[in-house]
Design a protein around this ligand. Structure first.
Ligand SMILES: Nc1nc2c(ncn2[C@@H]2O[C@H](COP(=O)(O)OP(=O)(O)OP(=O)(O)O)[C@@H](O)[C@H]2O)c(=O)[nH]1
Length: 186
């Protein structure tokens, strides 16, 4: 995961990827993750642009064919949040038109160093019409949910019948997500 486009998920393919530079508890870099959705197994192949954001041609290759993109910022780092708009513009230009995007404010466990309010993340997500939640790769808060929501959306799209109500990923995330237990002063 990165402070910028985090994970690109594609389904049912092989050959990951690279080793993570660090090992938070829920690091998933370079792994396939299988998520069970309504009894069906959905395999997510996860790619992390980690540390290569300055090489634009590299990151284009990462997300050009992705079906889903997790955009991460660090709630203790304002510039990571400010970069999100640029990434959304970039994604709009280069990613697949119907790519599933999710905005994640990571490091929610370190509320004492928080500089980005949860409401700011929510407002940005609303502006771009994408689901949002705060996560912690350290404690695992909302990490499984992020992948489950992506898997549900992709599975739903793959098997959607004409008369079936569409899956609303934003509503699902809002109903399931955990909020950080400790309130900050912001
Ligand atoms: N407390 C806390 N630390 C975290 C969390 N996520 C990552 N870290 C730590 O933050 C530091 C940076 O994590 P990275 O995963 O390398 O961040 P990155 O932005 O992806 O960095 P690159 O992969 O090099 O682009 C490491 O020391 C991690 O252990 C989190 O949710 N909470």
């Amino acid at each position: 995961m990165t402070g910028t486009p985090g994970a690109a998920a594609t389904r049912d393919s092989e050959t990951p990827q690279r080793s993570p530079p660090c090992s938070p508890s829920y690091d998933l870099t370079g792994k396939n993750k299988v998520v069970t959705v309504d009894g069906a197994r959905v395999k997510l192949q996860i790619w992390d642009t980690a540390g290569q954001e300055r090489f634009r041609s590299v990151t284009h290759a990462y997300y050009r064919d992705a079906q889903a993109l997790l955009l991460l910022y660090d709630i203790t780092n304002k510039s990571s949040f400010d970069n999100i708009r640029a990434w959304l513009t970039e994604i709009h230009e280069y990613a697949q038109r119907d790519v599933v995007i999710m905005l994640l404010g990571n490091k929610a466990d370190v509320s004492s160093e928080r500089v980005i309010r949860s409401e700011d993340g929510e407002m940005l997500a609303r502006e771009y019409g994408v689901p949002f939640m705060e996560t912690s790769a350290k404690t695992g808060m909302n990490v499984e949910l992020a992948f489950l929501a992506i898997a549900k959306e992709l599975k739903h799209r793959a098997g959607q019948q004409a008369d079936e109500p569409s899956f609303q990923i934003r509503d699902y995330v809002e109903s399931q997500k955990k909020r950080p237990s400790c309130c900050s002063f912001l």
